[in-house]
Design a protein around this ligand. Structure first.
Ligand SMILES: [Zn+2]
Length: 235
């Protein structure tokens, strides 16, 4: 799937600029493996640092290093920390990273490297999924700023909006045929598009309260989308 075995030997040809040194987190695997919190390779003990930027492999022994817990999804996926992402570029980066860290390429390597490749791969999948969808991307951006919208919490939604959602839910409950379902789907899709554009503008103006309100609305529509999917599955 990832271009066969040759991918095993793909290694970063040069290091990325180190950028701002992140904070060390306590639950850093390498710290316990290396017996200290100093930035050394878990395998050869060589300096060269933990994998900051794209340093997935030790420059001395080429062993795969554990994921850098200080790195956020935007940095990992080589995107600007912004609501607007180039999804084509994101997809290329995803494929590039999977060619480096996919567990298939580590089946003949040490157990540590197998474990690290699993961790990297899971992280890359999660980062890609999160940044690809506008709702999860927006929620993640807010989370990085310390703003969370707990699940099941009704943000102060205006009654007009709640009525709108109620009416769509009623329509969905009453929908008996494909035409009716398609109509509801197109209403929801148009709403999500409109909200996505509004969220984008809110982030551009650093208006995080507005972004929070709009993303909460998107989550309501996303719940409706889930219900549509469920209703489509023949029981
Ligand atoms: Zn090493």
């Amino acid at each position: 799937m990832w271009g066969g075995r040759t991918g095993t030997f793909l290694r970063p040809s040069g290091w990325w600029p180190t950028g701002v040194l992140g904070r060390r987190l306590l639950n850093y695997n390498a710290a316990s493996l290396a017996g200290s919190s100093s930035p050394r390779c878990w395998n050869c003990g060589g300096a060269g640092g933990p994998p900051r930027g794209d340093r997935f492999f030790c420059p001395q022994c080429r062993a795969l290093q554990p994921p850098d817990p200080t790195r956020d999804y935007f940095s990992l996926m080589d995107c600007n920390r912004s609501f607007r992402v180039d999804t084509v570029k994101l997809q290329h980066r995803y494929q590039q990273l999977q060619r480096l860290v996919h567990p298939d390429f580590f089946s003949q390597r040490s157990q540590n490297e197998k474990d690290f490749s699993e961790k990297h791969s899971t992280l890359v999948n999660e980062a890609y999924k999160t940044l690809l969808a506008p709702l999860s991307r927006g929620l993640y951006l807010l989370k990085l700023r310390g703003i969370e919208i707990p699940e099941g919490t009704d943000y102060e939604m205006d009654s007009q909006f709640l009525t709108e959602i109620m009416e769509i839910n009623e329509k969905l409950a009453e929908a008996q045929d494909e035409t009716a379902m398609k109509e509801i789907e197109s209403i929801v899709r148009a709403k999500q598009k409109e909200l996505t554009d509004d969220v984008s503008r809110a982030f551009e103006r650093d208006n995080f309260e507005k972004a929070k309100e709009l993303l909460t609305k998107m989550r309501y529509f996303s719940n409706v989308e889930e219900k549509i999917k469920l209703k489509k599955i023949p029981l």
